[in-house]
Ligand binder design. Structure first.
Ligand SMILES: [Fe+2]
Length: 478
């Protein structure tokens, strides 16, 4: 809400009564009115009977009668106008020691959503049962630790990920204004008021990047009697489910790294900014691709990319042990003889594959259009061809392995001849096919709608591992 409007709503002056009343009339009354069981009324939340449906009052949340009456008094202007635009409302202060326990309970409860109670967020449907309570805000002593929350969604992180917009309005922001954007805006505004801009500026998803992890094909035992097709269909269905729920699973790992929305006082105003979000979470391959090409501007991402590389390498090690992993990728005990044997095997396998390749029986690239599309999707990878080697050789006396890798890098960049630079060659190919992309290090390139998310994956990893070439030297040379 624009700060000016908020100021008017915080005032009890008669000239703003119409404005206050307009807000009050948007509140769904607690009388279970069928005509108000729609998206037109607030709160825009599900009710105790589940997901919202027009015309069913039980499926929409409303204020409690007492709260509704408070809001009516507010609309009439019958309130103390003590809202502080920077600090917000005044916290209640206990005036005696006896009041302190109640103040502590109130402090905890004030941040709660309350209803809806099925399955519930802080508490479930037992909140509405008389025997849950021994008195106001006092739980019956027969309840043991864990009893209040044990009927709720497990894990709650998955529930919050799936049911964000109409179940988790206060604890769980939907979209936010990130601190880094805000700081950049403050810098560019250079002292001029920025608060109005913040309200309307581009916002981003709070849980951005959650659920982007790779999910592998599940290994299912074939049920007796199943044909190959039936078994494959089961595997495909299970895999589809794993992918569909990947955000739920990822949220369990990532929730504590996501940001907090906190008020900031700027130029006498209160603005809500997402802060304390870990840079270790939520970067998509597109973002890695962009930020790691600008290490001077995104030093935190460069630092965080160590963990990203470690995670990919750990996944790679797990994939090597996968029963379906080809022999050429399985681990082996090093000896000169074993290494030669492995290299020989890789060479022979590749040579055989190349010999056996017949474009006529090629299943995927049947048409020119399909081939051109493939060329487009390979652009992020090939326009940074060889980037994994970009920092491989430091300027100091070096050994044979560093020299060997440098000679590959030299070849990738054309050895001083732009016409032989692999990225240039690929750019020429793209342009000959009528594919004109923005500069590879621009934000527009990283966000390009014609390119798939997965088109950035390998290049993003190469940028990450080459940001720490010495640390991951064995992996790079391997
Ligand atoms: Fe190359």
């Amino acid at each position: 809400m624009a700060p000016k409007r908020f100021e008017k709503l915080a005032s009890n002056k008669p000239e703003y009564k119409e404005l206050r009343t307009a807000v009050f009339e948007r509140l769904r009354n607690p009388r279970m009115d069928v005509s108000q069981a729609t998206y037109q009324y607030m709160p825009l939340l599900a009710g105790d009977a589940g997901d919202p449906r027009d015309g069913d009052p039980l499926k929409w949340m409303s204020l409690l009668p007492t709260q509704y009456i408070h809001m009516w008094h507010w609309a009439q202007g019958e309130f103390e106008a003590d809202w502080d635009p920077v600090k917000g409302g005044k916290p209640p202060k206990p005036t005696s020691v006896q009041e302190e326990p109640h103040a502590l309970v109130r402090a905890a409860l004030e941040a709660c959503v309350g209803g809806p109670f099925y399955p519930g967020i802080e508490m479930t449907y037992i909140a509405q049962q008389q025997d849950t309570w021994a008195g106001p805000f006092r739980v019956n002593e027969t309840y043991l630790a864990g009893d209040l929350s044990k009927r709720m969604a497990v894990p709650w992180q998955a529930d919050s990920f799936e049911c964000n917009t109409h179940w988790w309005p206060a604890q769980h922001p939907d979209d936010v204004y990130p601190e880094a954007h805000y700081n950049a805006l403050v810098r560019s505004a250079a002292g001029s008021p920025v608060t109005d801009t913040v309200q309307s500026a581009d916002r981003v998803l709070w849980h951005r990047g959650v659920g982007h992890q790779v999910s592998y094909e599940p290994q299912l035992k074939r049920d007796p009697g199943d044909t190959e097709e039936q078994h494959n269909a089961k595997v495909a269905e299970r895999w589809r489910l794993i992918r569909a729920k990947s955000g739920d699973h990822d949220m369990v790992e990532q929730w504590h790294k996501l940001g907090f929305v906190v008020p900031r006082a700027v130029a006498g105003r209160r603005v809500l900014i997402e802060s304390e979000r870990s840079v270790h979470v939520g970067l998509s391959d597109r973002e890695w691709f962009y930020t790691l090409q600008h290490p001077d501007r995104f030093p935190e991402q460069v630092e965080a990319s160590r963990d990203y590389v470690r995670k990919v390498l750990a996944d790679a090690r797990a994939a090597q042990l996968h029963p379906k992993a080809p022999l050429t990728r399985r681990p082996f005990t090093y000896s000169r003889k074993n290494l030669d044997a492995r290299l020989d095997l890789i060479y022979k396998t590749q040579a055989q594959e190349a010999d056996a390749y017949d474009p006529v029986s090629e299943p995927t690239f049947r048409t020119r259009q399909a081939v051109v599309e493939r060329v487009r999707q390979m652009a992020p990878f090939n326009l940074l061809d060889g980037v994994w080697l970009r920092n491989v050789t430091p300027a100091k006396p070096i050994d044979d392995v560093h020299s060997l890798l440098f000679s590959i890098w030299k070849d990738e960049v054309g050895d001083g001849n732009p016409a032989l630079n692999h990225s240039n060659l690929y750019q020429n190919l793209l342009e000959k096919l009528g594919i004109f992309l923005p500069p590879v290090d621009s934000e527009e390139f990283a966000d390009h709608p014609d390119l798939l998310d997965s088109a950035y994956t390998v290049a993003a990893f190469e940028l990450a591992i080459s940001s720490h070439s010495e640390e991951f030297f064995p992996n790079s040379s391997g």
